[in-house]
Design a protein around this ligand. Structure first.
Ligand code: HSE
Length: 327
């Protein structure tokens, strides 16, 4: 039996306004000597027959206030890990311990962080050294369980770090790592509320008017061009979501006040992080991002009297990694 392996996968911002299901970036708090928001998963080998259960078992979960299921079929990390074991090492049996170090249902890719940390830990435990595309394919199984849809705009940045475009998952993940202009910084604010991603996705329009689709893909293409050109004015014009945000914003009281406060404080753009309720604002520089985050928090508190957490996160941030010691 090899030694247990402990892996961390960071929280992430998905959609980036105009990139529903295709764009996202990893998060790391500025000046954070400790771990930023994310999940830690420890994987250990066990005898295949021990426990009389399937190839993957969840033995403990901490940091979730007892809300996440231990049953492997209902647990995002276990479903992703089982997909990997079934596909690559069908004789192996693995135990997982999950440490949640981020809030649930916050729009920060909590389920993706679980799935990514699990596949990275199991890959290292079994000495497989799988390519990122294969890890992503297995992690998608966990995301489908959590959100009801196969998308990797949280998974890919959580795995790879940086800011990424998921062109397609079919037939294999096709992920493009995008350049990040110098100084680009995310101001992130999380009101103390929750949004269930599966329910939120179910409410989205399945059929878009062509004009709205054209607007969205024009902005998504412009955002990519802006990143390559380090053109922050174009980036600012492109950070508009006409697909998901109009449906979801009414479910986040204070959204419009907070976004207006972000723009007034000098943000390049602001939208929901994933399905919310967290909001992200992209800013030119850390000092500006701190002012923008403070303005958004003040707006939430005065508009709807909701307390918030805030995070200032310089881009690009590192992705998932294996730890050999206590963190
Ligand atoms: N792109 C996804 C969504 C992210 O907006 O539903 C949340 O899982």
């Amino acid at each position: 039996m090899t030694n247990p392996v402990r892996a961390f996968a960071p929280a992430s911002v998905s959609n980036m306004a105009c990139g529903f299901d295709i764009l996202g970036f990893a998060l790391q708090s500025e000046g954070d000597g400790h771990l930023s928001p994310g999940d830690l998963v420890t994987a250990s080998e066990r005898e295949p027959t021990a426990g009389g259960c399937g190839p993957v078992r969840v033995t403990a979960i901490t940091g979730d206030e007892g809300r996440l299921p231990l049953e492997a079929e209902r647990n995002t990390a276990a479903v992703a890990a089982k997909a990997l074991v079934d596909g690559e090492a069908p004789d192996a049996a693995v135990d997982l311990e999950i440490e949640k170090r981020m809030p649930l249902e916050s729009g920060l890719g909590s389920s993706a962080a679980s799935a990514v940390a699990a596949v990275v830990a199991v890959d290292a435990l079994l000495g497989l050294e799988l390519p990122a595309a294969a890890l992503l394919r297995y992690a998608v199984a966990g995301e489908v369980l959590a959100s009801g849809g196969a998308h990797a705009d949280n998974l890919a940045p959580s795995l790879l770090g940086g800011l990424v475009l998921v062109r397609s998952l079919d037939p294999e993940p096709d992920v493009i790592e995008l350049p990040v202009p110098e100084g680009l910084t995310c101001a992130l604010v999380r009101p103390h509320a929750e949004v269930n991603t599966k329910e939120s996705r179910a409410r989205l329009d399945r059929h878009l008017p062509l004009e709205r689709a054209v607007t969205q893909w024009g902005n998504a293409a412009a955002l990519v061009a802006a990143l390559y050109r380090s053109d922050l004015e174009l980036l600012s014009r492109a950070l508009v979501d006409v697909v998901a945000e109009p449906v979801r914003a009414p479910g986040v009281p204070g959204f419009h006040a907070a976004r207006a406060a972000a723009i007034d404080a000098g943000a390049l753009g602001c939208s929901l992080s994933g399905s919310g309720p967290a909001l992200f604002a992209l800013c030119d520089g850390r000092a500006r991002a701190r002012r923008v985050a403070a303005a958004m928090v003040a707006a939430f508190e005065s508009d709807v009297r909701v307390n918030c957490d805030q995070l200032v996160a310089p881009l690009p941030a590192p992705g998932a990694r294996v730890f050999n010691k206590e963190v």
